[in-house]
Design a protein around this ligand. Structure first.
Ligand SMILES: [Zn+2]
Length: 313
């Protein structure tokens, strides 16, 4: 009987090690099939468990006679791009602190920029946030607005009444960070209590200490079962006896540096994906590179909503 291969992802703690290990497409294919099926390759059409490998690397089912590739049902399914390039792209986007632009990725793995763009968007879908996350203990909540500052625009291009918290030209984003834990963030319609309070109730456990700024939307938190403390940013107060929103501000700082430093511009349409990317990186900041690659790799094998972006390549 063949020996089941158990990989050690710690050997992928640098791009160098990853590239050395995955030196052929065959090695990538074997890596995927070992993860998915172990020694018993399961037919994707009839469920037969003893499919065999053909010389071209595809699998053949002895029962229904159909053949299939190790990519079927994974994020790699609709793509002809070499798996080595996929693996490198997954590694690069997860290990670069500020993400990687499609221009840069296209040069790094030698594909067109268009292909790199689709690749990055597909990989971002693996980084989607989990709705079942629960934050507790000390949690900081804050809202931010992403978009051009009206006063920096030419007179002709300004939109009336859009300074400050207007949502006409800016997208409001709401974020929550557990001080010793994870972040959750999302695009929201507005920063009204009717929008923000239900989100807090969904993600933050009752009884938690919630820190915010003085925005009136948060005023009902105490009556919703939270211990609410806030700082008055309008009075230039940023921290008082441990009451601050410094963690969530730090998260926004990373997010903004990623958006403006790497991507330069993100459309509203894809904004949530970039937020997911930033949250993913924040929540895995303690992980080793190999562990992050392992996480993305295992997510890439399960059928998910990746079909939202069809590969051009
Ligand atoms: Zn079959």
């Amino acid at each position: 009987m063949a020996k089941t291969y158990t990989p050690n992802f710690n050997k992928f703690n640098s791009l160098f090690e990853l590239v050395i290990y995955f030196d052929t497409e065959e090695k990538c294919r074997k890596f995927i099939s070992a993860h998915r099926w172990g020694d018993n390759v399961v037919c994707q059409y009839c469920g037969e468990q003893h499919c065999y490998e053909r010389s071209d690397g595809r699998f053949k089912c002895p029962h229904c006679n159909k053949s299939f590739s190790c990519r079927v049902g994974t994020i790699f399914e609709d793509s002809n791009l070499p798996l080595r390039k996929w693996f490198m792209a997954m590694y690069l986007i997860s290990s670069h602190k500020k993400g990687i632009s499609s221009v840069q990725l296209s040069k790094d793995i030698n594909v067109t920029q268009k292909t790199a763009w689709f690749l990055l968007h597909k990989i971002r879908t693996l980084m989607a946030q989990d709705d079942s996350v629960a934050l507790c203990g000390e949690v900081e909540c804050d809202e931010m607005y992403l978009g051009g500052k009206e006063r920096n625009k030419h007179q002709n291009r300004r939109t009336e009444g859009t300074q400050g918290r207007s949502t006409k030209t800016k997208s409001p984003i709401f974020g929550m960070v557990q001080r010793d834990g994870n972040a959750v963030a999302m695009v929201v319609e507005d920063a009204k209590a009717s929008t923000l309070i239900p989100i807090i109730k969904q993600f933050v456990e009752e009884g938690s200490m919630v820190y915010t700024d003085e925005l009136s939307a948060y005023h009902s938190l105490a009556s919703e079962g939270y211990i609410h403390r806030f700082v008055r940013h309008s009075e230039r107060e940023f921290s008082r006896e441990g009451i601050s929103t410094n963690c969530i501000e730090g998260f926004w700082g990373h997010f903004v540096r990623m958006v403006f430093g790497t991507y330069h511009y993100v459309s509203r349409k894809y904004l949530q994906r970039y937020i997911d990317e930033a949250v993913y990186r924040y929540n895995t900041k303690e992980a080793l590179e190999g562990e992050r690659f392992q996480d993305l790799f295992s997510k890439s094998l399960s059928v998910c909503n990746y079909s939202m972006v069809k590969m051009a390549a």
